[in-house]
Write a protein that binds this ligand. Structure first.
Ligand code: BGC
Length: 749
């Protein structure tokens, strides 16, 4: 690209001042305008080519997270054509790239280093969907904070996380990266993770810039196929899918990633409605928008751009600031400016947003602030992060079933003498890390086998994989069955490999892959009690196994300390407390299935043919949203309301007493839902509006209070305004979305 010295305004004195020591974290209005002033003064020095460089993000060749690679990225950095890099990490490597920029480019504007720190960096926490099952916002915030600390210590400045896409379709592999089906819970988690990654002060070298993705509605592809079209009403979009992105922006996320999908007939990457109207005008977002991998180039395949140049014009004018991996801004910006298809103002607007984040990160103060070798060795796998990975894994596991076997519940396994450990996930490290484990350290993973050996030092633990993940090979069954017959208990770890989950891993069948379920059924037939651990990144479909098995734990892909966490749960050293954040269907035909369904004009009635139901399967899922058992039992007292009606500025206090009626201490997630009985639009049968996770010793009761205001009852009406309508409401409290006690109140005019 030809240089255009026309735009260079020589403010050398200001440059030196800015480039050497003006990094800051804006808080007050005067700090904000000071920041704008500094950004402007850098902008004034830049050529058009340098501007396009700041709007360009290229992958290194360390990791492959998309379909293309640009081998010459180091040369692109050196020539100032690329101002941001992703998929490169470690202090040594990134310091060297930063050095090239600082010492060899004209202005030395520091690089941003982005990476998918989705659920940990070197120490890996459970997949986000699993961790969301903890319903523990503080825990999730801390995971993000510790992950940021590790990643920042490895020379990174920016994570492409959190993923906040609501998804109600487990055929979509990326359901694993988000927080499940519910908008309210998903919004709270989005904000918690942003706070965790970014901390109080972005210039703190233990934090990362967060990126809310994938904006917007990426979690609802038609038929669950990744990258497919999204088609929904604007009311559903604004009511169910949009709020978590907004919550992330409101929590201060400084970047947002445009999603691959189209919405309302326009690919997100070319959508002024999403990128300018909603994000900037409605929400006041001040950070920058980055595309997803080759998102701009893909506008040609979407059929809205005839060529790369037009694709770049569409993206920039829509309000997309940074081009990830298409190299289109780099190649076509000059021509598009010269022929008047884009304006200098549009380019400058985008560049300013990028520079602003670089200032906020403190990179202009010290471009090397993230490169400290000593910090890297002390932070990575620190005791604090390893302990947190254990706690996070414990809290993510959901106990689905724990029936009596010969008189007493199978779990916990008090002191088994002989354990048969079976299954492809029983002695496995990499798959416990899950998809998007980035730079996760495979060697550090505690397998289930190692976890059990630590937990039961006196027991004989015999191991056989039994079968692989895929295929129809049953030759390992014999050995597995032999071990089962000669043991007191079978611990069976089956599910999905991490490669079968995550991006580009949609499936049309959701059974447990290969012959794993067959193996499980054979093991159950031996008469030895079998504990089934399902490790997967999405709800799988397993009705037959569910019927036959006495004990089932859904363990997701639990991360670095997975084996220890599972051994703690199996032994009763930790009492399971996870609750599902996504429904587990009975079969694929029920999908999408979610608890917050609308009523229909013909509600299901088993005695009436002409009602809304299936002939071959109930309407309900196998396990509902919010469900999860404990080794103890909790009893709910009657729900109390502070009043039978409230006005628009009043607060309704909902109270309930929860008691631990079993013999073990445990945690319970107490959930509150509402229903708007008659509205100007149809309203869901249930909507989560509050929850509290409490810990109770045996025999102890606790009185809980929830507060509801008119704001909590608001919804997106026909004019696309969020408003509560007066009338009758139901409030429901209970342990999950299917077991609720109901009361009624009125919202007055
Ligand atoms: C994914 C993004 C990710 C990006 C960079 C894409 O394929 O959709 O989630 O951040 O690659 O690795």
């Amino acid at each position: 690209m030809r240089r255009t010295p026309l735009y260079i305004i020589p403010l050398l004195a200001v440059t030196i001042l800015i480039l050497k020591g003006c990094g800051m974290n804006p808080r007050s209005v005067s700090e904000e305008s000071e920041l704008d002033r500094k950004v402007d003064s850098v902008l004034a020095l830049m050529t058009l080519e340098e501007k396009a460089g700041q709007l360009t993000l290229l992958t290194s060749d360390w990791d492959v997270t998309g379909p293309t690679m640009r081998k010459e990225y180091v040369e692109d950095i050196r020539s100032g054509r690329c101002g941001n890099i992703f998929n490169a990490h470690t202090v040594a490597y990134n310091r060297n790239l930063q050095k090239i920029t600082v010492e060899e480019t004209r202005l030395g504007i520091p690089l941003l280093f982005g990476y998918d720190v989705v659920h940990g960096h070197r120490t890996i926490f459970p997949i986000p969907l699993g961790e969301a099952c903890s319903w523990n916002l503080e825990l999730m915030e801390k995971s993000a904070r510790l992950a940021a600390g590790e990643a920042a210590a490895s020379g990174l400045t920016w994570t492409f996380a959190p993923v906040v896409d609501i998804s109600r379709d487990p055929r979509w592999g990326r359901v694993s990266e988000g927080n499940g089906e519910d908008t309210y819970l998903g919004s709270l988690i989005a904000a918690a993770r942003v706070r965790g990654f970014q901390g109080e002060d972005l210039s703190d070298p233990y934090t990362l810039a967060a990126c809310i993705k994938h904006y917007a509605a990426y979690g609802a592809p038609v038929a669950g196929r990744d990258y497919n079209t999204v088609d929904m009403s604007e009311i559903a979009f604004r009511q169910d899918y949009l709020p978590p992105y907004r919550a992330g922006v409101a929590a201060g996320a400084v970047t947002v990633m445009a999603s691959f999908n189209e919405l309302f007939g326009v690919p997100a990457t070319a959508s002024p409605y999403l990128m300018t109207r909603i994000l900037r005008e409605e929400w006041g977002f001040k950070g920058f928008v980055v595309t997803d991998y080759t998102g701009i180039d893909e506008l040609r395949a979407h059929g809205v751009a005839a060529d790369r140049r037009q694709a770049g014009i569409l993206a920039l004018t829509a309000g997309v600031d940074m081009d990830m991996q298409s190299a289109i801004y780099m190649e076509t910006m000059q021509g598009a400016l010269e022929d008047g298809s884009i304006t200098l103002e549009e380019i400058d607007r985008a560049v300013k947003r990028v520079l602003r984040v670089k200032f906020q990160l403190g990179l202009f103060d010290d471009p090397y602030r993230y490169f400290d070798d000593r910090r890297e060795s002390s932070v990575v796998h620190s005791q604090e992060i390893m302990e947190h990975a254990l706690q996070s894994a414990r809290e993510s596991v959901v106990l689905l079933k724990n029936e009596a076997f010969k008189g007493s519940a199978i779990l916990p396994l008090a002191s088994p003498r002989r354990i048969a450990l079976i299954g492809p996930l029983a002695d496995n490290q990499v798959d416990l890390l899950g998809s998007w484990h980035g730079a996760g350290d495979i060697d550090q993973v505690v397998t289930l086998r190692a976890g059990l050996m630590n937990r039961y030092p006196g027991a004989t633990i015999s191991y056989a994989p039994g079968c692989g993940f895929e295929g129809d090979e049953v030759s390992g069954f014999g050995e597995a069955l032999r071990l089962a017959r000669s043991s007191d208990v079978v611990v069976l770890a089956i599910g999905e490999s991490q490669a079968r989950s995550g991006e580009a891993a949609s499936r049309s069948e959701l059974g447990i892959p290969g012959v794993q379920e067959e193996l499980a059924l054979e093991l159950i037939k031996t008469g030895t009690p079998v504990v089934v651990l399902i490790m997967a990144e999405r709800p799988l479909v397993f009705p037959l196994l569910n019927e036959k098995a006495s004990a089932i734990l859904y363990a997701w892909h639990p991360g670095t300390r997975g084996g220890d966490a599972l051994a703690d749960i199996l032994s009763g050293n930790y009492n399971p407390s996870g609750k599902l954040v996504i429904s587990i269907p009975r079969n694929v035909g029920q999908i999408p299935i979610y608890y917050s369904a609308k009523p229909t004009g013909r509600p299901m009635d088993p005695g009436n043919k002409f009602t809304s139901k299936y002939l071959d399967v109930p309407n309900t899922p196998l396990y509902p949203f919010g469900y999860g058992r404990s080794y103890t039992t909790f009893e709910y007292g009657e729900t109390g309301l502070s009043s039978e009606s409230i006005g628009r500025s009043d607060t309704l206090v909902v109270s309930v007493t929860v008691s631990n009626t079993g013999a073990t201490a445990g945690e319970e997630v107490v959930q509150l839902y509402t229903r708007d009985v008659v509205g100007s639009l149809t309203r869901p049968l249930k909507e989560l509006k509050g929850f509290q996770k409490i810990y109770l010793e045996p025999g102890v009761s606790k009185r809980l209070q929830f507060r509801l205001t008119a704001g909590d009852l608001a919804f997106v009406n026909g004019k696309l305004e969020r408003m509560a309508e007066p009338g009758e409401f139901r409030v429901m409290v209970g342990p999950d979305s299917a077991h609720l006690e109901e009361k009624t109140f009125t919202l007055k005019e």
